[in-house]
Design a protein around this ligand. Structure first.
Ligand SMILES: Cc1cc2nc3c(=O)[nH]c(=O)nc-3n(C[C@H](O)[C@H](O)[C@H](O)COP(=O)(O)O)c2cc1C
Length: 347
């Protein structure tokens, strides 16, 4: 089933997307995923003023970002206005996702998920009330135990290979570790494996390790249905599994993305230490949006800088396929893997 990541969406955008899904999904199940971290700058504040957050950003970080652009032939000018318009994520954090949840639950969603922490109590409460499964993404065994104790219905164990926010334990180790820990604690919460999974054989491997299924992000990015631009699609298809980096420079928390001179600059010695979430998103997102726009119009420097969240599985994503063809490949590759395993034990 498809799950829509809505971190940073305004209410209008969320409604538009959910209306579209409802009109096209033909009654099939789908879910919504938000990001309400356990820890972020300004947590507990009664309200958030995006303007005040932007006005308080340190010049060191803004100048550093501008310097990367200048060195690649991009004169960005003052990005503060764009920064003030890019405050969706900070605004959603201000009410711990409550307005997003209210809207999402007006649709017949079958799953609601949260990343970067234990789901806010309201999410678990609304999930129970509406009979909607609540999932939580975790990158460590301790987090899985805390999430199960808080009442989540599904744990997504995402290894460090994953695109987007991720921990530092590999999927190969994290999945059995989480499954074992939950069982030892008497929990029967199902575990979905995530991180680096782009083939059916990997799905079979995840299930052999005790996962109930798989959760995938990166594999969809090179499909024509994806929001990624042609420039990014080409870069992803050409990338190897060693071309990603786990960096705090995009959001303030570690997230895996395609390496480019933009990420290299932030990782280089002497670069400013990324600000806490969500402040770093104000530093990075407006320049990255500009880079995407210029890259699409053929600007050479912007094409070099362009980056996107993606996991190490990118090294296995070498052919552009439609989303439907990806699903079919998953099924066939899973069946082949299953047959290999069955043959290995003479079954
Ligand atoms: C482009 C992109 C955007 C993502 N956005 C979100 C998000 O908004 N919320 C979330 O919980 N996870 C998000 N993730 C992480 C996925 O939920 C998932 O854990 C991850 O993609 C799994 O690893 P994989 O990329 O190797 O398949 C994102 C991943 C990618 C690649």
């Amino acid at each position: 089933m498809g799950v829509l990541g809505v971190a940073g969406y305004s209410s209008e955008r969320l409604k538009q997307e959910l209306d579209w899904i409802e009109a096209h999904v033909g009654g099939k199940p789908y879910g919504v995923d938000l990001i309400v971290p356990n820890a972020y700058e300004g947590k507990g504040a009664a309200s958030v003023s995006v303007d005040a957050l932007v006005d308080g950003l340190p010049a060191t970080h803004k100048d550093f970002a501008a310097g990367i652009l200048t060195r690649h032939g991009i004169q960005a000018g003052d990005l503060d206005e764009a920064r003030k318009g890019a405050g969706g994520f900070a605004r959603n954090l201000a009410d711990a996702g409550a307005s997003t949840l209210d809207l999402a639950f007006q649709y017949p969603i079958k799953l609601i998920a949260n990343a970067l922490g234990t789901p806010p109590p309201l999410m678990i409460e609304m999930g129970k009330k509406h009979g909607v499964a609540v999932a939580a993404l975790v990158g460590a065994k301790e987090h899985a135990l805390a999430q199960a104790a808080a009442g989540v219905d599904i744990i997504v164990a995402a290894g460090t290979e994953a695109g987007g926010h991720c921990g530092d334990v590999t999927t190969m180790v994290l999945v059995p570790e989480v499954v074992e820990a939950l069982r030892a604690a008497g929990s029967d919460v199902p575990v979905l494996a995530a991180g680096g999974i782009v083939t059916g054989a990997q799905m079979a491997a995840a299930m052999a390790m005790g996962a109930a299924g798989a959760w995938c992000g990166s594999v969809w990015l090179t499909t024509p249905e994806a929001e990624t631009s042609e420039v990014i699609k080409r870069k992803l298809l050409a990338a190897t599994s060693r071309d990603t980096v786990r960096s705090k420079s995009r959001t303030g928390k570690p997230s895996r993305q395609l390496r480019s001179p933009w990420t290299d600059a932030w990782e280089a010695e002497g670069s400013p230490k990324p600000l806490p979430m969500p402040l770093q998103t104000f530093i990075s997102e407006p320049p990255l949006r500009l880079i995407d726009k210029l890259a699409d119009s053929g600007h050479a420097g912007a094409r070099e800088l362009a980056t996107y969240w993606v996991g190490q599985g990118v090294g296995l994503m070498n052919t552009p396929l439609s989303a439907g063809a990806v699903v079919q490949e998953f099924k066939e590759d899973f069946a082949r893997a299953y047959e290999r395993l069955a043959a290995a034990v003479g079954a």
